[in-house]
Design a protein around this ligand. Structure first.
Ligand code: UDP
Ligand code: MG
Length: 196
């Protein structure tokens, strides 16, 4: 993210005052990647098309995309910074799809200032505080248990983007130049193939 454009007002404390070392500089442009999840409520409400249309306003590239069934281990790892929050258990059930559909759509968007551009379109964490034209402002709600069902996750800063991209994707699934170090390994693993 370029510091001139950085608006960290809605970013978690853990993101502030850190500098992004993971980017590719092409000319003067700083290329970033950011993780997006269309959360189970977004899928249940058939918002995938609307959300992708809104995200296309950023003019960023989709460089990774897949559907994932989120298990407890992945959910807890993704939200581990929030493990002491009162809403943590409800949040884990929410992202695992216990209240909607048991899947999320995971995407990586890449391009100049990708992290902040996507956060801006998502809007604030609390859907009632989010701008009504933002994705969360338009489609989110607060449950009776107090959880913000805000239909979309987006990395808040470069450290979070790196951690989250490495958690949700393997390098082979990203159709872009590697912005994090990779290694080539040869391994024999069992996996499904088409029968014929
Ligand atoms: N959340 C919540 N209540 C809160 C804060 C967060 O239910 O008071 C949920 C909400 O779904 C949010 C997620 O926890 O998207 C992660 O919280 P974070 O502070 O990281 O916000 P985000 O980065 O998603 O804007
Ligand atoms: Mg966050």
């Amino acid at each position: 993210m370029s510091l001139k454009n950085a608006d960290l007002s809605d970013a978690p404390v853990r993101c502030v005052f850190r500098v992004n070392f993971h980017f590719m500089k092409i000319g003067e442009r700083v290329m970033e990647q950011t993780l997006i999840l269309i959360k189970p409520d977004g899928l249940k409400k058939s918002l995938t098309g609307n959300i992708l249309t809104r995200l296309s306003e950023t003019k960023l590239d989709i460089v990774g995309a897949k559907m994932i069934r989120v298990g407890r281990e992945l959910a807890e790892e993704h939200y581990k910074a929030l493990k002491d929050e009162s809403y943590f258990e409800e949040l884990i059930k929410y992202i695992m799809g216990e209240y909607h559909k048991k899947k999320v759509m995971a995407l990586i968007y890449g391009g100049e200032d990708a992290i902040q551009k996507v956060r801006d379109i998502c809007g604030k964490t609390n859907p009632e505080e989010a701008d009504s034209v933002s994705i969360r402002g338009a489609y989110g709600r607060i449950t009776t248990k107090g959880v913000y069902e805000n239909v979309i996750h987006a990395s808040a800063c470069s450290e979070e983007a790196e951690r989250e991209i490495k958690l949700w994707f393997s390098p082979d699934e990203i159709i872009d130049d590697d912005i994090y170090d990779v290694k080539i390994v040869k391994e024999t693993i069992k996996h499904k193939k088409w029968a014929e």
